[in-house]
Design a binder for this molecule. Sequence first.
Ligand code: WT7
Length: 617
Amino acid sequence: YLATSYKYELLKKQLDVDKQFEYDHQFLQEETPLHEAEEIYYPPQKLKNQAFIRSIAHYSELYRQSMEEPNKFWKSVAKELHFEKWSDKGLEYNFDHRKGEIFVKFMEGAKTNMAYNCLERNIQKGLGSKIAYIWEGNEPGDQMTITYQELLNQVVKFAEVLRTKGVKKGDVDHSVDSVIMLEHLKRVRKPQGATPPEVKINEKIDSFWHIEMEEASSKNLQASKIEWNDSEDPLFILYTSGSTGTPKGLVHTTTGYMTYAYEAVKTIFDTKSDDVFWCTADIGWITGHTFVVYGPLLNGLTTMILEGLPNYPDGSRVTKLYTAPTAVRSLMACPDEMVTKHSRDSLKIIGVAGEPTNPGAWRWLHRLVGEEKCAIVDTYWQTETGGPMLTPFPGATPTKPGSATNPFFGVDPVLVDDKGDLLRGETEGNLCFARAWPGMARTIWGDHSRFIKTYFSTYPGLYFTGDGARRDHDSYYWVTGRVDDNMNVAGHLLSTSEIESVIVLHPDVVESAVVAVSHPSKGHVPYAFVILRNGKTLTQKLIDEIKQIVREKIGPFAAPYVIHESSGLPKTRSGKITRRILRIIAEGDHKANLGDTSTLLDEAVIEEMWKKRPDFK
Ligand code: WT7
């Protein structure tokens, strides 16, 4: 019994740590070339020379330290930040609910403050007059910049507004009489003379940002009063839409998240003082939190925020760009000149996150956007993880299109089968993490048992991501998507993203989403939604060609049974396709409850999809 239980395997792994390293990370020897027949892109020499992490051997050494002495590793990162009071504690956790409560803590008892680390700490280092944010409106010329010092001044004033309203540390739940109407500074005032958008104002409880801030200004505040927080004080709660059930409010805490976000932005985007960083994420989501707000400010960067479309009018002043594969695919539909007419000389690193990047989109970024001189970093992570878990380093990691490559520092990825048995070597299975990392969410707000049930009960002792992944012969990880999205067709387990990647190989197809749909005689069959390139229509010839590509590249069983043309897909604001809605449409279940659609970017597309649904059953 013991021999097959992963607990035993884990134990063995613990004892055998050196051997395991040798085995899992053979590729880490600089001299060992990666598999030759494969498509591999080596880090651009220019980046390599000045990067924080400049070779695979260097990564390997740092990774080894982070695994063997996690406390030493993470506390030396934390040392670069400001702590009012240090702690002698490190990373403490329990992932096994059979041994007691599930918990994670990092540097408990230390006192610090996130805003202080983002602002005052950098200003003391001389960055006061450096631009923190460049805000661009959708219209060219509609621009605003704010320096680190100006941002601090606003923060100090706003903190005073909150204090005046009686908001105290620990209230993360505001009382009704302290609601503040956040007027969008520029959008409302510009263009000159424009009327602000209609909003319902409740005179008793609502107040205006600019009026409150003016009042605070008149108080002539000298310096900020800093609230020192404990390491494990909650920093923010982010709700993930969740494909079923009510949204989960994931709680991130102060020191662990701060340390992880700082290190991730620094090393994955290899931050330099003259960088202009642009992460296209909405700041209301984890990518925006880590890569627009906290991570860039902690690193003293200049960050661009665009309120508008990423392809309008251009982004040529940016040095490091971070976006979603879905955005890449929609840009690919535009003629090449849209990209080539603008200089991309400044661009050095292009990051992608949020879903598997199909190799076609990857190559488009590399060849056309990056002119083969940029590193492409495909970063795998989740709202729950706080920061990237699998990622290349731009100056060190040879990349393969479609793979998020290797673990970030302190991250211990494992693949298990459905019974929870550990899978070794080249394999495919359920992606889990075998130990804690500082940036992970600590709980689901108000529902710790749901936190345990969702992440720690499927494979006791492991954090389960809900994703499937493949590990190749170089120990590279290829995330195949949510295991719930996998489908079983005629005994073959297929990942929807794999079929989607193949469908978009067809030159007329811009984007595709595949779901499993029940069939009266065949069990389940793949049902493909496709978005076509401008001007193309879905002819029988095109349908046959699409099916043929899938037959050739994967196998006859994977060929979509139905192809459904659409002008768009229902997506969340983080760019994720809401497959539960697609499944309902594919099933033709008009009576089904679409669930919570409040996080969708464009609800109108659902109506259109119903209209265009081919009748196949
Ligand atoms: C899910 C998490 C990027 C973090 C913000 C989104 C999928 C994320 C990748 C990637 C393949 C990816 C996974 C994951 N995912 N990054 N590089 N390759 N899949 O956070 O909304 O919580 O979504 O996004 O399925 O579980 P999220």
